[in-house]
Design a protein around this ligand. Structure first.
Ligand code: VG1
Ligand code: CO
Length: 601
């Protein structure tokens, strides 16, 4: 049993019975920060209770945190086991440190936050910054870690997966430079989950997260903060807010942002409306809801249908954008025009130095995930920049950024970002596109012929060529069937030496992607099966690491064309022959029984 000094005279501690309830609480050292704070002194101790537990199978972190059905997480000790394993793996290092905690507003977050606070306090954490109402977008949390030099942070989110009692829940840990925990940490956590025998909870009251302010329980402090403030301050350093405000004010320009009832609902108002002057009506689905309004908070052409319908109608905005559950993904649309995420990162990289103050002295380098199209490589080549190809998942970009090797990076899965933080950043991408439009239109008089999203894409393709790209997702496939297909593909690969013909395509390489981190030498193997052909086209297969049950097969297809007469083609049409080949080579329908993908992007 461990004891700390503690008493909380705070009104929020109603459920608990403070031994002292004193006016002297007003001596709180941090009172200057916020007069909304209820104030405390430390004169009492809190107990730590030890509860026996048993290992629970399958608590292995995937591409981005641990994701399962919400009901699984709500099962006895499921969440507590993983959190305890995390703190066990951090050991002495986390004692006396400050961490962040928040999430995307989904069902079960409010309960989970209290459990996490109790285990964190018992593990010796000194202070936790929690977002008001437990809200924190993933990129904003990454920003908070960096700006306040936190030890790390916990984010309660299953990102783009749907939420609610019947859907998904998730948790991820980000480390001290704001990056998703590297594999050495996630592996260690998994190791502890397999041997865990006891949980330690601090005997502290539930903390009211609805008001800003500080709560002290002995040596342990919980400060409820505005989840937008630090993030907005950072964005103001990255972008030219005056330029953006002037542009958004133009009567001949409109922007439409779809928060999909997810976490960016809490950010879009303060950032796009209050700070940048967009009309309130430009935000749709702007209230974060526990079940995301029953939707699938994944900003793509299938799930962001409201916005897609609008952008293909007479009332289309000049720029349409959406973000996912936890605010790290983005989709960019023009008037009846879709910018693929692979193109988006390339186009932002090509325009960054000119249009975004943060990049005014040039880029340090660029990077993309392996399945992401090579559009970024072509920009890097022309700009004389290094270009890195990493496995899927944001954690691999962080080392490159920490080593000063990469400024802008992206994934085909609607993730775009830069080294201002260590996560992909949905609203950053929206402001990046707004910056490009604002800069390009700076001399166009109101009512004149504006440079559009489509113009920027067409110009880009004329200069760099177009990498046609599409991804087919087959969700909810039986794991065994998916694994058999992967085995079959490995066999095909073994027979596909350079020069082998697959249909009309000649193999350049066929391999299973493996990555050696150029900074720390760590190796990530089995990161996707790829067939690369002599004309630069590629077929890639991967199994998703973010699902909560079964398997999701992802098929990525890419083909390059430098011929401007093809650039207006529909991607599905341009890629039809190679998609057909991919389905033949994999025998996907045979193995999975699926005639059609669930989602095409
Ligand atoms: C998917 C994407 C990957 C992304 C990851 C997390 O992973 O493919 O590019 O980094 O989701 O995104 P997988 O293993 O399912 O393919 V998020 O916005 O859900 O944190
Ligand atoms: Co996300």
């Amino acid at each position: 049993m461990r004891y700390y000094h503690s008493v909380c005279s705070c009104k929020h501690a109603g459920a608990w019975s403070p031994l002292l309830s004193l006016a002297v609480c007003s001596v709180n050292l941090e009172a200057n920060r916020s007069f909304l704070t209820s104030l405390h002194i430390s004169t009492q101790k809190f107990a730590v209770s030890t509860v026996p537990t048993q290992p629970i199978e399958g608590q292995k972190t995937g591409t981005s945190g641990l994701r399962k059905k919400t009901k699984v997480f709500m099962g006895e000790n499921y969440l507590a086991n993983w959190i305890q394993a995390l703190f066990n793996s951090l050991g002495e290092e986390v004692k006396g440190k400050t961490i962040g905690l928040g999430g995307d507003g989904r069902y079960f977050n409010k309960e989970a936050v209290q459990t996490i606070l109790k285990i964190a306090a018992a593990a010796g954490v000194k202070k936790v910054f929690v977002g008001r109402d437990a809200i924190f977008a993933t990129p904003a949390m990454s920003a908070l870690i960096r700006r306040r030099s936190l030890y790390g942070a916990l984010i309660m989110s299953a990102s783009h997966n749907p939420g609610g009692p019947e859907e998904d829940w998730g948790i991820k840990f980000n480390y001290s430079s704001g990056e998703p925990a590297p594999e050495r940490i996630t592996d260690a956590i998994y190791g502890f989950t397999k041997n865990i025998s006891e949980l330690k909870f601090a005997d502290i009251p539930e903390t009211d997260l609805s008001q800003l302010g500080s709560h002290t329980y002995g040596d342990f402090e919980v400060e409820v903060i505005d989840p937008v403030e630090d993030y907005l301050a950072l964005l103001k350093e990255v972008f030219d807010f005056d330029l953006l405000r002037e542009f958004i004010k133009r009567p001949d320009f409109s922007v439409e942002f779809d928060a999909m009832h997810a976490v960016t609902g809490a950010y879009a108002g303060p950032i796009l409306v209050d700070a940048l002057g967009a009309p309130g009506s430009s935000i749709r689905n702007g209230t974060p809801l526990e079940d995301f309004g029953g939707g699938h908070p994944d900003p793509n052409l299938t799930y962001a249908h409201d916005l897609v319908d609008l952008q293909w109608s007479e009332n289309a905005a000049d720029l349409g954008a959406a973000s996912d559950g936890d605010g790290d993904r983005n989709m960019i649309l023009g008037n009846k025009f879709f910018i693929t995420p692979s193109d988006s990162v390339a186009m932002i990289a090509a325009n960054a130095q000119e249009c975004i103050p943060y990049f005014k002295s040039g880029l340090k380098g660029v990077a993309r995930s392996m399945p992401t199209s090579g559009a970024t490589d072509r920009v890097a080549e022309q700009l004389g920049l290094k270009c890195f190809e990493v496995p899927t998942g944001w954690k691999f970009f962080g080392n490159l950024m920490d080593a000063g090797l990469c400024s802008i990076c992206g994934e085909e899965s609607f993730g775009t970002g830069a080294d201002h933080i260590r996560e992909k950043d949905g609203l950053w991408a929206v402001l990046a596109w707004l910056s490009i439009l604002a800069y390009r239109n700076r001399d166009v008089p109101v009512g004149g012929k504006k440079v559009t999203v489509e113009d920027i894409a067409m110009e880009h393709w004329a200069k760099f060529g177009r990498n046609f790209f599409s991804r087919y997702d087959y969700e909810g496939v039986e794991s065994e069937a998916a694994n058999k297909m992967v085995e079959h593909l490995r066999e095909v690969m073994a027979k596909s030496s350079p020069g082998t013909k697959l249909g009309d395509y000649e193999v350049q390489t066929a391999d299973e992607f493996s990555y050696t981190d150029p900074v720390d030498g760590s190796v990530a193997s089995k990161q996707g099966l790829r067939f690369v052909f002599n004309d630069g086209s590629r077929i890639i297969f991967r199994l998703s690491g973010t699902g909560s049950s079964g398997a999701t097969v992802r098929l990525y297809i890419e083909q390059y064309s430098s011929d401007p007469s093809t650039h207006k083609m529909d991607a599905q049409e341009a890629l039809a022959p190679i998609i057909k080949l991919a389905l033949e080579v994999s025998q996907l329908t045979n193995f999975t029984g699926r005639e059609k993908p669930t989602v095409i992007t």
